[in-house]
Design a protein around this ligand. Sequence first.
Ligand code: CP
Length: 326
Amino acid sequence: MQTNFRGRDFIGDLDFSKEEVETVLDVAWDLKRKRALGEPHPLLRDKTLAMLFFFTSTRTRGSFEAGMAQLGGHAAFIDSQTTQISHGDTAKEIGEIFGRYFDGISIRQCDWNFGNQYINEVARASRVPVLNMQCDVYHPFQCLADLMTIIEKKGRDLRRKKVVVSWAYAASYSKPISVPQSLILQMTRFGCDVVLAHPPEFKLMPDIMQQAQENARKYRMGFEVTDDMDAAFRDADVVYPKSWGPLLTTTGKEEGKSLIEKYRSWITDARRMALAKEDAIYMHCLPADRGLEVTDEVIDGPHSVVYDEAENRLHAQKAVMALTMS
Ligand code: CP
């Protein structure tokens, strides 16, 4: 168990070592148990968190805000559009100034080739921990909740469990690549065999792929890449199919849309789900494009763990806030 978290940022998945992530999960389960028992746990009494959003959210906003209240503190929701950022407040000024008002700063900034850089710039100027609520590269709190959920459903020993991170078709918008990137970075440290499936135009960032490969080598895990969704699903223990944009191929809106349209067949339906193991779980960070990414039958069916997964956002985030902001 590691204990040195106070004052630290959590921006990329690998900012915390494997052992530190294990500590975070232990604390998360303790806080989950306390909440289930109705046992107060005001570990951050009188502390405040700035939640700066440049992008919409349901789960992230709700779980950070509820989490701070349950820890005895307060979270301030700050929509970037209602700030003076568009009139000149720089990342340095946000870090310097919010760092003096608040005990932590959390940020969602998903703009391609900008979000991660922005969050790091705020962090460099901030005297308090900066927490990444999703950027263009990582969604680390989602992935902590995902790992927590997988362990709850499949046990702590994930050796030889096949975890499939797959692209899926969606029409709503070109979604960030941060979730699959965080998943391949974190899951390759935790014993499972990771299979990444996507059409050729939907590659992830080369340095993220390289880090995932290095993790897999270091921890002696499997890490394979395929463009065959059916083959990926075969005998899987965990399937995590979600859409992301072809950002490494094109940032053009129309070109991106026509690339996405080529792969309408990448849906998780009952036929595909049946390729996985009988006790396989279906995961999705949500929101999902129902009827396009996944059928109602699957997302509302017996394999789906999406609501437990969404709940675990709360517990995992409370653990990190309590450890870093106390
Ligand atoms: N999964 C997730 O981050 O959900 P929101 O976009 O609703 O916060």
